[in-house]
Design a protein around this ligand. Structure first.
Ligand SMILES: [Zn+2]
Ligand SMILES: [Zn+2]
Length: 250
């Protein structure tokens, strides 16, 4: 299983990276996790847009889903002969929201191009991957994912505040891709985002092997977030996500 970070900028695209988008590949199957603002352009440097097999949307904030609009154009007007609908797994209301984002009538909206599906709440098989989905702690309906292949585990937080379900999702993960949107400071709003420290605490409780901090705001100092994470007590590897970097999980 191979993870490539297409977009890791938090809440909006930044000068060095689009907003959230992660490419996960194994056995010739390509899964895209989130398709946030700005991601569709640089994605084309790493992936033929016609060869994506499934899409997961963690939630419907624009930094996680709005480039599905551009992707709809690709698969609707520049379809390859024999192309089939691909599944788009998302929270409730995804099909209507994406139709509205593009200014389409809700019926059919994008349904003739994408097969919109609710997230599986029991572990399910998507291509070669076993995927476990859990509800996260964010102001709108948001999911995190655990993707397993050949005994290796990738976990992704989506956007979340502190959350026991995230610890379970990331249990013994080889790579734990966890948001660290904010710096530590007094009176942070609850139930919205993590910091380097709280991401590190979740990774330590989960027994994750490697923590990759993502969704930093574009103007944040990554070194400060890294320092906060190292002070959390997590003893595994810690890195800051960067656009274009790949991880081979084996
Ligand atoms: Zn976000
Ligand atoms: Zn969000």
């Amino acid at each position: 299983m191979r993870l490539t970070i297409i977009g890791c900028s938090g809440s909006l695209p930044g000068p060095q990276s689009p907003a959230s988008c992660y490419l996960v590949e194994a056995d010739g199957f390509t899964l895209l996790i989130d398709l946030g603002s700005g991601a569709l352009g640089p994605l084309q440097r790493y992936q033929d847009l016609h060869d994506i097999d499934a899409i997961f949307l963690s939630h419907l904030h624009p930094d996680h889903c709005f480039d599905l609009c551009g992707y709809w154009i690709v698969r609707t007007y520049y379809a390859r002969p024999g192309q089939t609908k691909i599944p788009v797994y998302g929270p409730g209301g995804t099909a209507d929201r994406m139709a509205q984002a593009y200014g389409l009538d809700p019926d059919p909206g994008m349904r003739e191009t994408f097969d919109f599906q609710p997230h599986c709440l029991e572990p399910c098989d998507i291509g070669p991957f076993r995927v476990t989905t859990a509800r996260m702690n964010h102001p709108i309906e948001t999911y995190g994912f655990r993707v397993e292949h050949n005994g290796k585990v990738l976990a992704y937080s989506g956007d979340t505040g502190e959350c026991d379900a995230l610890v379970e999702l990331a249990r013994d993960a080889d790579v734990f891709l966890c948001e660290a949107c904010w710096y530590e400071q007094p009176d942070l709003p609850p139930d919205m985002h993590l910091t380097g420290r709280t991401a590190g605490e979740h990774a330590a409780r989960a027994g994750a092997k490697k923590l990759v901090l993502t969704h930093l705001l574009p103007w944040n100092d990554a070194a400060r977030t890294l320092t906060e994470a190292k002070a959390s007590g997590f003893r595994g590897d810690i890195e800051i996500a960067q656009h274009g970097v790949s991880y081979d999980l084996g």
